[in-house]
Ligand binder design. Sequence first.
Ligand code: FAD
Length: 485
Amino acid sequence: MQLDQQGPILVWLRNDLRLADNPALIAAAATGRSVIPLHILDETPGVRPMGGASLWWLDKSLAALDVSLKAIGSRLILRRGPARAVLEDITAQAKPAAVVWNRLYDAASIERDSAIKAWLKDEAIACESFNAGLLNEPWTVKNGSGQPYKVFTPYWRAARDQLHHVHVEPPPKALVAPERWPRTESLESWNLHPAKPNWSKGFDLWTPGELGARERLDDFLSGPVEDYDRQRDLPGVEGASRLSPHLHFGEIGPRQVWVAARKAAEAGDAPAGQVEKFLSEIGWREFNHSILFHNPDLPKVNFRPEFDGFPWMRDDAAFEAWSRGETGYPIVDAGMRELWATGFMHNRVRMIVASFLVKHLLIDWRAGETWFWDTLVDADLANNVGNWQWVAGSGADAAPYFRIFNPIAQGQRFDPVGAYVRRWVPDLANLPDALIHEPWKASAQLNAAAKRIYGEPIVGHSAARERALEAYRGLRENGLSRTAG
Ligand code: FAD
């Protein structure tokens, strides 16, 4: 880093809440100057505020980061407000020689960061940004004609080919403290932990922070990875890594995951094919970030414009039943209740509940995306929007709209003995396996609470399927006549 002035290095930490493999922090430490680690609870207009579950996570993750920083002679400065105003205030106090950060890839962050970079340049303060969040940044993977890929398989083949020397930097051993710390706010004063009501009691399965992230990865690589390809689809089994919130907040980076997983395969501690499959899921994360970067309107706009005329329905009662887990379909309801209770939902079940909303209920994918944004601890713009559009059929390399999940058959296939449903919809716990996904066939065996919920599903599967296909056919016919006209 080229430094023309005296002064400390300000490290603006965002979705990179870790010490290891954090290039901005490591570059700051390498200057030998004093370092000021800063997190801003950003209120820049246009930057999407975090949802409630994410704020719960952020609270714990920042606390953990502060502990790690203190162990190497530093601390975390916390400020709330529009990022530019906060940085103006801190640079006026601390007179840094440079401000550094790791890059983000959504349009609002890019616009904010570019404006801040230009302002720092005017102020003659050095500014440098780094890659902590992706294996390949979006502009580095292009097809033969220099265009970004729109289909996952060739994207990942090309992206993977570029990953020969993935390198992970160890955390800095020590950070020099500045003579005077700038003003900080207390984490408690931000009130990120919910009170009255405290809906986060079921969130204690999580350990936000760098240590918790590393533990999750190690646990996964020393067990579930063995049979990942099969077990990852079974919501009643702990078959996947549950790393997504840790990756979203950058408590662990994809390079670290890559290196650890490959090392396990090379040492014979994990089957190479299973590791490859797992890394291809990290590939989907990369792909979604690339698609969002190249299509900045994606959070609001269909990737495939032919979906713009889709006849979405407004049905508040149905949306409420969906969001509360009271649709009458056990696998859907179990998923929505898991989400509410823990801030997480199994991937297979996310696909089922999302399909149910956009196809059985014909509700716009954006309504579901918004609900997930508020309730998921791993809510991530690129992944959430990318996956919702994938399920809706409007996205890049999406599932075809006419592939409509049958929630009964999906339940029977992926939760065959009802372990997942019994856990999240305990009213159904006593039903025999054969009826657990069709409780309306077992009226006599249901208790009163289950009867109230499961008297009738809110829509019949066959009728809803026909209605969805009809809406889709209309869309195509309109689309064709529009093109013809
Ligand atoms: P693993 O199977 O262990 O996979 C490892 C990592 O790969 C994950 O941690 C995640 O970072 C990445 N990954 C896995 N599947 C996907 C995928 N389909 N797309 C992108 N990355 C993936 N994931 C989020 O991180 N944030 C979201 O907001 C989000 N919203 C979703 C919404 C819908 C409708 C659907 C269908 C999926 C969504 N996903 C989202 C993707 C996926 O469900 C989660 O990443 C996954 O369930 C996390 O569990 P895991 O860490 O055990 O995954």
